[in-house]
Design a protein around this ligand. Structure first.
Ligand SMILES: [Zn+2]
Ligand SMILES: [Zn+2]
Length: 407
């Protein structure tokens, strides 16, 4: 049996055509003209996907989306908003109310089928743009895993791009985006403003493109606002252009440790063990697929951290069962002994954490500048041995710049 689709629209002609088209595409389809009946029909029909027109008499689409999102037992239902208005504002509102996708009227039925497939799959595509820590290391010794500093992007079912950190890797992401000629709405999350996490930011070309929009998330630092944290490195002594040169709209939102909902996605943050204020992130979509981005983070072994100040338990709970953990793996255990208190972990502690939190996949990142490809391969091999010896079904990789993971 095909997946079940409920389509709700007050336009009878559109409904008839759409219903016929969806049936032909293999979906078990129910068409509904009267939105006031929607919640009852959802209960009896139990659809996988509900397609909702936003402008309807009786109960409007946004209201209906919200009711579906908040109703108990409807958690697995995916929703698509359809509207003749396609302003970013309307799209934002639809996402906030729980829609996973937005389609513009007049409806192109092929796009509707593609959108339904997309929300059913609800993929999360994670791409590594920079895997080095501290300092960019281009050259023949880093060809395999890449030489750029921290940056990871996440593409979601929603037409939004989430970006974590703006090390030098972000410039390559920017080039790909510019080549696509699309306009982007981006959410950019900073772990902390050490250079290797922000200094690609002024070179991120989509910021100079009109029509793009970015919300920058991160914490303030004492009495220095998030905006000042970013604009500081663009002061004239350090950089020739200021924030004012950006053609795109850029907003700043200060966040701290807590639970947030951003465009229908769940985002949790946690303070990490690193000099200054550093946030770790965990992002989950409506299907429960999840990734965590944890760098820079010192995980001291018990014999070093006798009072347990690195708050391991809290971190284990935060990461519990996550599909993909991307973690700082700056040092081998031997190296760590000379670098206690520098804010980065020895490899074994990262692996122990992954095992305790029962994560499914671990991606090692943020390598020490002295580690060439061979050393990074060694870490990967040691990690795999660690999990194998303990009979744990945890996959481990050293993240490769330019590579993608699809959940
Ligand atoms: Zn760093
Ligand atoms: Zn740092």
């Amino acid at each position: 049996m095909g997946k079940k689709v409920l389509i709700i629209d007050d336009d009878k002609t559109l409904l008839d055509i759409a219903a016929r088209y969806l049936k032909k595409a293999g979906f078990e389809t129910l068409a509904l003209e009267d939105s006031s009946m929607a919640m009852k029909k959802i209960e009896s029909f139990n659809p996988d996907v509900v397609v909702v027109d936003l402008m309807m008499p009786k109960i409007d689409g946004l209201h209906l989306l919200k009711s579906i999102k908040e109703a108990k037992g409807f958690g697995k239902i995916k929703t698509i908003a359809v509207s003749a208005k396609s302003f970013e504002f309307d799209k934002n509102r639809a996402y906030e109310m729980g829609a996973q996708f937005f389609l513009k009227k007049p409806l192109d039925y092929e796009s509707l089928v593609a959108a339904i497939d997309r929300v059913i799959k609800d993929e999360m595509k994670i791409v590594f743009w920079g895997t080095r820590g501290t300092l960019a290391k281009p050259g023949p010794e880093t060809l395999k895993f890449g030489g750029n500093t921290s940056c990871v992007s996440v593409e979601l079912t929603q037409d939004r791009l989430f970006i974590f950190d703006g090390g030098t890797g972000i410039t390559e992401l920017g080039k790909k985006m510019m080549a696509s000629r699309k306009r982007y709405k981006m959410n950019f999350f900073i772990t902390h403003p050490h250079w290797d996490h922000i200094n690609g930011f002024p070179f991120f070309m989509p910021l100079y493109q009109q029509g793009n929009e970015m919300v920058v998330y991160g914490s303030s630092h004492g009495n220095v606002s998030l905006r000042e944290v970013i604009s500081g490195q663009m002061e004239s002594i350090y950089f020739p252009v200021t924030l004012r040169a950006f053609g795109s709209r850029v907003y700043f939102k200060e966040i701290f440790e807590g639970d947030y909902e951003i465009e229908g996605l769940s985002l949790k943050t946690l303070m990490l063990n690193h000099p200054g204020i550093t946030l770790g992130y965990r992002l989950a979509n409506a299907s429960g697929k999840s990734m965590a981005y944890i760098t820079d983070n010192e995980l001291a072994p018990e014999e070093v951290d006798k009072d347990g100040s690195h708050a391991r338990k809290k971190l284990v709970n935060f990461l519990d069962g996550v599909d993909v953990l991307i973690h700082d793996s700056s040092y081998f255990d031997e190296e760590y002994k000379k670098r206690v208190g520098w804010g980065h972990p020895p490899l074994t502690e990262v692996l122990k954490l992954a095992a305790e939190a029962k994560v499914k996949n671990v991606y090692l990142t943020h390598h020490d500048p002295d580690h060439d490809d061979a050393r990074v391969e060694e870490k990967e091999a040691a990690a795999r041995r660690f999990f194998e010896e303990r009979g744990l079904d945890i996959q481990c990789y050293s993240a490769i710049e330019g590579s993608a993971v699809i959940l």
